[in-house]
Design a protein around this ligand. Structure first.
Ligand code: NAD
Length: 357
């Protein structure tokens, strides 16, 4: 029996979470779900989108699976997703992107794994609003310390990149590559422009690479990496990136293998792991029983592997693969046209997969 924290999330979160819970249970593994709500509705009821009880539950159970949670743009609360990653020190965001036969993609045989640093960079949350005391102090300090002038009417976000955090994410990427018999790790940066943040990331990545001489190492500048991934994705294997580039390149890679509906993920630290799809809460589809639950189900496959339930993980992965290959019981986003009347519902996909397990 595995005790798991289950966070349904908001937007389409509850629908895909229910579908995922059902297929996980159908593998025969027994779970005790500790359901913890977080996000927009909880913010309205409890005054915070991430009550302490949610974090306490994950600390107790060590493993969680969550639906997406909305982050209001500009105003409102800060991202619950970012807060969870930082509070629990879930420093590796692992996002496998592989092509499943039958998925409508422009490429065959893609098998990439993205390691996104999850705790620092521009996501550290060190931000100063335009005209705030903090923004004024920084503008003043920069003026005194250098010949650079930041305009008075600027908002400021700070991008810290440390040796400690870079070392552990690059190590995690190499460790994974070693265990999974992967041939190459590519570190991605913009060290030519941000010499002291991305430059440090590159320098540390090169040092860590020396510990793993059997695995090929290379680096790429992020803009070039994006072009290369579109032109020749088959050249890449494990890719390690700072937080912001990792966020953007993960979506690009999801697009290569058939879209966000097929892109799973895991946030992993030394003590805890939280599994979630790459995509967000897609609010316009909320309550319609319409979106693709497969990305979250594949995150569930990753969770089964993390729990040591390898046989059940393979069983669920194969059932999902066979549904995709057949192309019948899949949601609108996997059909040739988005308004295809034969598109399955979210719960219909779960039913079809359960029948194959
Ligand atoms: P999104 O991923 O929610 O949706 C973008 C578009 O992708 C959707 O409109 C839809 O067309 C498609 N899509 C996404 N998931 C799909 C699925 N399962 N099946 C079929 N199509 C799917 O991105 P967004 O609109 O930028 O973000 C919405 C909200 O989600 C924002 O508040 C954002 O902050 C939040 N978000 C949360 C997480 C998370 O919880 N980890 C991650 C990303 C975004």
């Amino acid at each position: 029996m595995h005790k798991i924290t289950l966070i349904p999330g908001d937007g389409v979160g509850p629908e895909i979470t229910e579908a995922t819970k059902r297929v996980l249970e159908a593998t025969g593994v027994s779970f005790e779900w500790d359901v913890q709500n977080a996000g927009e509705d909880v913010y309205k009821q409890e005054g915070t989108p991430l009550p302490d009880r949610v974090v306490e539950s994950i600390k107790k159970n060590r493993v969680a699976i969550k639906g997406p949670i909305t982050t209001p743009v500009g105003t409102g609360f800060r991202s619950v997703n970012v807060a969870l990653r930082q509070t629990l020190d879930l420093y590796s965001c692992v996002r496998p992107c592989k092509t499943y036969k039958g998925a409508r993609t422009r490429y065959d045989n893609i098998d990439l794994v993205i390691f996104r640093e999850n705790t620092e960079d521009l996501y550290a949350g060190i931000e100063y609003q335009k005209d705030s005391d903090g923004a004024k102090a920084i503008i003043d300090t920069v003026r005194k310390m250098s010949d650079r002038v930041i305009r008075e009417d600027s908002g400021i976000s700070i991008k810290p990149i440390s040796v400690y955090c870079t070392e552990r994410i690059v190590r995690a990427a190499f460790e994974y590559a070693g265990k999974q018999n992967r041939r190459k790790v590519t570190a991605v940066h913009k060290a030519n422009i941000m010499k002291y943040s991305d430059g440090l990331f590159l320098e540390v990545a090169r040092d860590v690479a020396k510990i793993y001489p059997d695995i090929e190492f290379e680096d790429k500048i992020v803009d070039n990496m994006c072009m290369q991934l579109v032109q020749k994705p088959e050249l890449y294997d494990v890719i390690v990136l700072p937080n912001l580039y990792g966020d953007i390149v993960s979506d690009l890679a999801a697009g290569l293998v058939g879209g966000l509906g097929l892109a799973p993920g895991a946030n992993i630290g030394d003590n805890y792991a939280v599994f979630e799809a790459t995509h967000g809460s897609a609010p316009k589809y909320k309550g319609l029983n319409k979106v693709n639950p497969i990305a979250m189900m594949l995150s569930g496959v990753m969770m089964l592997r993390h729990l040591g339930e390898h046989e059940s993980a393979e069983k669920l992965d194969s059932a999902i693969a066979s549904i995709i290959k057949e192309g019948k019981s899949v949601t609108y986003d996997m059909k040739p046209s988005p308004d295809d009347p034969t598109a399955a519902t979210t719960s219909g996909v779960a039913d079809a997969i359960i029948n194959r397990i």
